[in-house]
Design a binder for this molecule. Structure first.
Ligand code: HXC
Length: 516
């Protein structure tokens, strides 16, 4: 072939490969209001930056008539490109090719880019849309999944891994996204479950729809599998790009410093009065976060799951941070099983990737009750304690109001290597709330009084004034300073600047044994 003819041939082959399972299947995807795998990659990466690998790779299955069913690229598009100029490895499952089902060669393609991402220290983003293991292949496909799982685990804590689910994700296929750091699912278009409604019906006799069993809203609010329920394919892509902007390329790098046009010295006078006079009244901790971070820009993670704790990313003076905050607006900000697990996983992500954590504390304690005790609030509550205690990243803590009991210890206290710990004058730091404490200390004595209620109220006031304030902790040095709420932003920015190059270590060990 002459050079031109060779180039034309290559062009034709590429065009064929780009069609995946064919125009009809592409039209069907569009008619469902969905994007194709290639369109998703185009939306995700900087224009023109995508370099594709293995476009001509073919499956090796010869059974069930598969020798005549060949699609160049075999149902998954892999390669690398950039987001805001930073290298990203990506794979996108192409539902138009045999339902995006995973074959041995399909898995090999994903493993290739995961290996490259590991060697080169760049994030991997997986865009999932697949009917699961390719049924015609059987064991080869299971082997392929397992190879991916192994790489997910080796990459964990070394490079960020992010998954988006745009369509089906069922059976063992769910475990690769579950092993990654963040998962977003598109509402009404995607679902994740181990077994579908039919199997559920035959085993447990439950009637449940696909949406109820494994839809985006369910996983974002109940199971906690998903971090964000996206409104659409575009929204899922937007979320990933925003997420990437807050996190570093790998565990040896820091996140690039952003340009900050929000003055460090900006005061938030509204914060001086945000705590209600009645200390049992709620306020919105998100107002505190938004008031203090750069340009009120906060990306929340798992907003709908365990909303009694808030987790997410923001910046102070251009520095990327993870934020963990109790939310008095939900269950008074109490720590329970779900909020402990949510907080722990988030802190551990930040610790893996050198992202400082800023913690806002207003927590009345751990949630009492049989449901919590039977569910393992001891074991699960220990996770957040463990996560803060093992974290060697810079840690800044601001107590806004309550910091009671075990929850005081857990929430990035000085004793768990909190670097800079501040408290607002409204803080109440004590072993337990005044009511509970007085009940234990004076319950019997109260019964002997003419007016037990008045006696207890008096004792409560006394306890509150003597113990439940920030000054006792400040006298001990457990609190570095009691700060004016309006100046919280400035104080956090300065604290982060002070400790940004902090180095701390844990003893050499294979790995710790977090109470799973
Ligand atoms: C091979 C598959 C396939 C699969 C879909 N297709 N899933 N081919 N292996 N797993 C093919 C279909 O035959 C069809 O081909 C095309 O993809 C589109 O599928 P449709 O059924 O027409 O699409 P739709 O109606 O949208 O339904 C999508 C679906 C359904 C819900 C995903 O296809 C489905 O239930 N698939 C099987 C799911 C499954 O049981 N997978 C195995 C799970 S077990 P044609 O040629 O007709 O267009 C598993 C184990 C992994 O994954 C363990 C890892 C540890």
């Amino acid at each position: 072939m002459k050079a031109n003819a060779q180039l034309d041939h290559l062009k034709k082959l590429r065009e064929e490969a780009r069609l995946g399972g064919g125009q009809k299947k592409i039209d069907k995807i569009h008619s469902e209001g969905r994007y194709t795998a290639r369109e998703r990659i185009d939306m995700l990466l900087d224009p023109g930056s995508f370099e594709e690998f293995d476009m001509f790779k073919l499956h090796r299955c010869r059974d069930f008539g598969m020798d005549s069913k060949q699609f160049p690229g075999d149902g998954v598009i892999t390669g690398f490109g950039t987001i805001d100029g930073r290298i990203i490895y990506v794979f996108a499952q192409d539902f138009t090719v045999l339902g995006g089902s995973l074959s041995e060669t399909f898995a090999e393609k994903i493993c290739k880019i995961m290996d490259l991402a590991m060697k080169n220290g760049a994030p991997v983003i997986g865009l999932n849309d697949s009917g699961g293991a390719r049924i015609q292949e059987g064991i080869e496909s299971l082997a392929g999944y397992s190879e991916i799982f192994q790489r997910n685990v080796m990459a964990s804590g070394v490079i960020p891994q992010i998954s988006a689910i745009f369509g089906p994700c069922a059976g063992g296929a769910v475990y690769s996204p579950a092993l990654t750091d963040f998962v977003t699912m598109v509402k009404k278009q995607s679902y994740m479950f181990l077994t579908g409604p039919k199997v559920v019906k035959s085993v447990t006799h439950e009637d449940v729809s696909v949406e109820e069993l494994g839809g985006a809203d369910m996983h974002a609010s109940r199971s906690g599998v998903s971090d964000y329920p996206a409104e659409s394919g575009e929204d899922a892509i937007r979320y990933i790009k925003k997420l990437i902007s807050f996190i570093p390329q790998n565990n040896l790098e820091n996140t690039p410093l952003a340009v900050c046009d929000d003055p460090v010295t900006r005061n938030s006078t509204g914060l001086n009065t945000i705590i209600p006079d009645n200390h049992n009244e709620a306020y919105d901790m998100k107002d505190v976060i938004l008031e203090t971070v750069d340009n009120r820009d906060f990306l929340e993670i798992k907003e709908n799951f365990a909303p009694n704790i808030i987790t997410g990313f923001a910046r102070y003076n251009g520095m990327s941070v993870g934020i963990v905050a109790n939310q008095p607006k939900h269950l008074s900000g109490v720590l329970d099983i779900d909020s402990s697990v949510k907080g722990a996983r988030f802190v551990r992500f930040c610790d893996c990737f050198n992202i400082p954590v800023v913690t806002f504390v207003d927590v009345p304690g751990f949630l009492p009750g049989t449901a919590q005790e039977y569910g393992g609030v001891i074991r699960n509550g220990a996770k957040i304690l463990y996560a803060y205690a093992e974290a060697t990243i810079p840690k800044v803590t601001v107590i806004t109001r309550k910091a009671y009991g075990g929850a005081y210890c857990v929430m990035s206290s000085k004793h768990l290597r909190g670097d800079i710990n501040y408290a607002w004058p409204t803080s109440e730091i004590a072993v337990m709330g005044a009511k509970g404490a007085v009940g234990v200390l004076y319950g019997r004595q109260a019964q002997k009084q003419d007016d037990p209620a008045a006696f207890l109220a008096e004792k409560e006031k006394e306890y509150q004034e003597t113990v439940a304030n920030p000054y006792v902790a400040a006298q001990r040095g457990y609190i570095d300073d009691i700060i004016e709420p309006a100046r919280t932003r400035t104080r956090i920015c300065n604290a982060l600047t002070l400790i940004k190059d902090k180095r701390d270590t844990n003893p050499m060990k294979k790995h710790g044994n977090i109470p799973l």
